[in-house]
Design a protein around this ligand. Structure first.
Ligand code: ADP
Ligand code: MG
Length: 351
């Protein structure tokens, strides 16, 4: 009895908040960073206790809730199915999920932009034009497979005009391993006849010293974009190295995955909100359980796999080439292609 009274009270307050947030939305400034975006606890029936349970299960935001089934939510949160159904409907309503038809969706996709990789083969592997905005592209592979080189090449190419495979934009390079080399950017820029100083000035580099710092930098990037920096590409090289180094014990794996999942969600959100391309690199580890084929798996497991829109596995090929294999893409067949790492960046042919 006491509990249900309490719940109603919450619903009442939340309804008021909900209205306020929706009004904001209609004005077109339901901006998260200003505290306007609806939270999971704004949903009737979802208090902080349930929100914590949901979060532990990887559901952080309205979208996560909106796509759940009543049975799953009921199970997870320990509420009745009727309450669960209402909560999901409320989340869908607030997301306006039910109202986006195919046309609207297609329209939203119309302003997706592409950044050429420098290799036609690699562009084709990714659907034709390279790495795309509003998406997260992941490259995983062994040391020396070309993950960083691809990032550096993209950081230069994003600056090109659209007709030349760029987005007229700037790049952010989050360097966790200290492998960013301005000199290498110069080489790639000069290789395409661009002014190297200018190109370097359009790449905002930050060294992330640990995973917390890496996470904090997201807020910084969002701020820069809001302040009008034309950032069109965010590179995280490497996505997982700090997480992997900091959470070493067996018992810490769940914590690591939880933190990584949250981080990936904020990256995806940034990509979606600001129409930015996200490129992340990932390491591989030996998978002793695998007896045939290439016994390597990406760090971060399913959490990273689910977050990535395009996932490529890079490895060394014949005669100094590199092989890229597309893994589990939602709209492209799994496929393999060959490219080269050259002085001028990523290319189809050896120089
Ligand atoms: P990782 O996957 O570990 O990030 P990198 O992207 O750093 O690997 O790739 C390193 C490789 O890139 C080197 O082994 C070399 O083959 C190639 N490479 C780096 N710099 C140059 C250059 N200036 N000219 C040609 N190839 C280069
Ligand atoms: Mg690297």
């Amino acid at each position: 009895m006491f509990q249900s009274l309490f719940l109603i009270n919450i619903i009442f307050i939340k309804r008021a908040n909900q209205k306020r947030d929706m009004a904001k939305d209609e004005e077109g400034n339901g901006d998260e960073e200003k505290g306007g975006e609806a939270k999971i606890t704004d949903i009737p029936g979802i208090g902080p206790g349930i929100a914590a349970k949901l979060e532990a299960a990887g559901v952080y935001d309205l979208m996560g809730l909106a796509v759940m089934s009543p049975a799953a939510l009921s199970d997870l949160a320990g509420v009745g199915e009727a309450v669960a159904r209402k909560a999901i409907q409320a989340a869908r309503g607030m997301m306006k999920l039910g109202f986006m038809d195919g046309m609207e969706f297609a329209k939203k996709r119309e302003d997706v932009g592409f950044i050429g990789t420098g290799s036609t083969n690699l562009n084709n592997l990714l659907g034709g034009k390279g790495v795309e905005t509003r998406s997260l592209t992941e490259a995983y592979g062994a040391f020396g497979s070309g993950k960083t080189q691809l990032g550096l090449t993209l950081a230069v190419n994003v600056q090109l005009p659209v007709e030349q495979g760029g987005l007229n934009g700037k790049a952010v390079f989050i360097d966790t391993e200290g492998t960013f080399r301005p000199q290498r950017i110069r080489q790639i820029a000069e290789g395409m006849g661009a002014n190297a100083d200018k190109v370097l000035r359009n790449i905002l580099v930050a060294r992330a010293f640990n995973s917390d710092h890496q996470i904090l930098l997201i807020d910084k990037i969002n701020e820069l974009i809001k302040d009008g920096e034309p950032i069109k590409l965010v590179i995280i090289d490497s996505l997982t190295a700090h997480f992997r180094a900091e959470f070493t014990g067996r018992g810490e794996l769940a914590d690591r995955q939880h933190k990584l999942n949250k981080y990936l969600h904020s990256l995806m959100k940034m990509g979606e909100q600001h129409n930015v391309a996200i490129y992340v690199t990932n390491q591989v580890m030996a998978n002793p359980a695998m007896m045939f084929g290439d016994p390597t798996t990406a760090v971060g497991g399913n959490i990273v796999a689910h977050a990535s829109t395009y996932r490529m596995y890079l490895r060394r090929g014949k005669q100094g080439s590199r092989v890229a294999k597309l893994i589990d893409s939602p709209n492209l067949p799994d496929n393999e292609t060959v490219f080269f790492l050259t002085e001028k960046g990523i290319k189809d042919e050896e120089e």
